[in-house]
Design a protein around this ligand. Sequence first.
Ligand SMILES: O=C(CO)[C@@H](O)[C@H](O)COP(=O)(O)O
Ligand SMILES: [Fe+2]
Length: 223
Amino acid sequence: MTAPILISPSVLNADLANLTGEIGRIASADYVHLDVMDNHFVPNMTFGLPVVERILATTAVPADVHLMIDDPDTWAPAYAEAGAASVTFHAEAARAPVRLARELRAKGARASLALRPATGIENYLDLLPEFDMVLVMTVEPGFGGQSFITGTLPKIRRTRDAITRSGGDVWIQVDGGVSRETIADAAAAGANVFVAGSAVYSAADPAEEIAVLRGKATDAFRP
Ligand SMILES: O=C(CO)[C@@H](O)[C@H](O)COP(=O)(O)O
Ligand SMILES: [Fe+2]
């Protein structure tokens, strides 16, 4: 089964006072990536459920919510209930990741497990069927505009090979420093969902940037 190539721009570095307009500029994207930060799990704070609910009510682009928060076991299900297409929580923060993934799926969202750069995939390989996506962070979570950590590429490849061996249909997302310069390496390692914040929103034409990123990832992807 070949994984689809999907582009999910992050609005973290967009104009947060004009989210409706900013999401309108990426209407050709597959998802809009919403970074929820609580200033506990990461040293930064963005927005939470009320803002995400308003985005969901006012945009047609499916939402890919990335929770960088403590206690996702308590907070994540509400994002699924609100209508997020995909809800990602961090392995380092969840008390009961399998129970939480099942709850998210039961509420109609795709369930996704995120790993910080220093967190291995090995402890989670047997649990992959419980998830629809693994997010391999390619920067330390917390801020946009950082440089892609190439040392995460072997983990992406190990994850893709394990998914292929198991015959499953789990997507691999990369998030952080994804650009024209780095997207091919991530795709060649087996990633198929690409978060790009500054690359898309600092481009003169975000729609064109999405098309270029999609083309480079499609050419480079190795299952
Ligand atoms: O989750 C995060 C940061 O923690 C990301 O989603 C960033 O917002 C991506 O931004 P760029 O690295 O593409 O600028
Ligand atoms: Fe993110």
